[in-house]
Each structure stands twice: as C-alpha cells, then as structure tokens.
Design a protein around this ligand. Sequence first.
Ligand code: HSE
Length: 321
Amino acid sequence: METVKIGILGLGTVGGGAYEILKMNRELIEKRIQKKIEVVKVLERNMERINSLGLSESTATQNPDDIINDPEIDIVVEALGGIEPSSTFMLNALNNGKSVVTPNKAAVAANFDKLREAAVKNDVEFRFEASVGGGIPALTAIQEALCGNEFSEVMGIVNGTTNYILTKMTDLGLNYDDVLKDAQAKGFAEADPTADVEGIDVANKLSILMALCFDKYVPPAEIPTEGISKITMDDIEAAKSRNCKIKLIAHAKRNGEEIEYSVKPMEIDINHPLAGVSNEFNAIYITGNAVDEVMFYGKGAGALPTGSAIVGDILAIAKAM
Ligand code: HSE
C-alpha cells in the first residue's frame, strides 16, 4: 500500500488532535483511502508531549526546515498559530512542492492570495477547512457541493469563547467578567482573550468566508469590527424584551455590485436558527441563489473537532495524489 508522508509544525491542542485521530482511526482510514498515512516528523520541543502522544522521539525536530525541506514529506500541517513565521513556513513548503493543511485563521486571512497563488503555481494543494468553524466542514461545502451557487449572504457564529459568554449572560443572568473567568477556567477562552472578545478572531474568519463565498478578499483589518466586551446585562435584557438574543455575528451581504460586511454583536430573533446556537458551538448560515438557506452547525474549537477538519483535508489530498 502506498504511504503518504506528513510533517506537522506544532503539536499543540490542534496539531496533537489531528495526530490522535490519525492514530485512533488508522485502520478505517487505510481501508477508506487505500493508502497509509505516516507522520514522519514533527516540530515540537516538548518531549513529554511527544511521548504522551505515543510518537517516537526520533520524529521530533526543533528545526522547521527539517520538515519544510524534507523531500520525502508530501503534506505539511502548519498548526503553530499566529501570522508569522507560520505564513513563511507555509509559503516555503508550497514552493518546495508540498501540499499544506492549516487551521491557522490569522495566517490564512492575512495572506490568503499569496498562499493560494503559491499552491496553484506549484501545482499542489492548500487546504484550510479547520480555520473557520473548527470541525464544521463549511469551507469544503462552499467550494464543492455549493460551488454552483451565487451567494447573497453569509452569517456566522464563529467564535466559541464569545458565544459561551453571551449564552451564560443570557440564560443564567451572569455578568460578563464572571463568565469570562469561568470560560478561561474551562479552557475555552485564552489567558489573553483580547482576540476573541474584541472580535479580531471573527474578523479573520469572515475574511476567509468572504473570499470563498464572494471571491472578494478583504483584509481582516478592513472589516468594521466590534467585540462583546461592552455588552451589559441591560443590553441582554433589552434584547430579550424584543424576543431576541445577542450574538456576535460575522455578516456579509451582497448589495448589488457591493458587498457589505461587519463583525458586531447583533440582536437575533429567537426564531432564527442562529439564536439556538449556544455555548461553545458555532454555526454558519449561508444563502445561495440555488440552494436557498443552509446552516452548518457543530463544534468550532477543541482538539478532536478541529483535528477532524485537518484530517479531512489531509485525506482529500492523499486520495487525489
Ligand atoms: N478561540 C477560538 C474560539 C478558537 O473561541 O472559537 C477556535 O478558532
């Protein structure tokens, strides 16, 4: 059986999650794609992490070039996070003829055109399903099953941390600061939650969604963005009195030739499907001129849900090789 060789840059929550899935479902994967998937090198300095995942210590390196320049490696998974050096690593891997898979929304949104062009130029694949909505396979659906549609609108709840905070404020009447602390204790919110609560993470994801839905790349910094840090219990109660829930919404809508876009807290009618998306769950609601309205719903974060999207991308590439 042919073997497809993988290098992983970063074995944190998400990179480690992808590795765990490849291990947990190895037999099933081989049967399905009739190829073996072998993780041959990982960029990780923490040997405890390597051992706890059951990887041999000889697979670990501290030099990204050992992966990016290894002629044996077919697919590079970039799971380091942040715009740089991740973007440079991905561009170098693509230019070395390797396909790249990443969950890194900040890097994809910042360098969308450069990364896609490098993949086309080198006749390799660049896939980033896990960058928006974690395990929800919306990006592949937009590009494949829904590819025949002209899209008029996309609305997304694409940040688990802020959705968890708003849900607890709405359902339990808890105030913002207390819920944020609870979210941090449960591991949903980062120690520095600025990118989540100020909407920056959502702007990255909306930039990616717009590029795919409207073939229009808008850098995240140009998307009007407002987070949830100023939402008070009075705002929540006022929304309730109008039969609405406040949700942090990534929104883009076609208006003639123009696309209007924003990230901001919006009052969503309790009968709208997005109002039922609670806690750390995500959803992406799209309107196409053929399919009409569709909604994708699922876990937007976490090791295995996000790893599921990474592994899906790896296997799509491996099958086509
Ligand atoms: N911090 C992000 C969230 C992680 O809370 O949704 C997934 O992108």
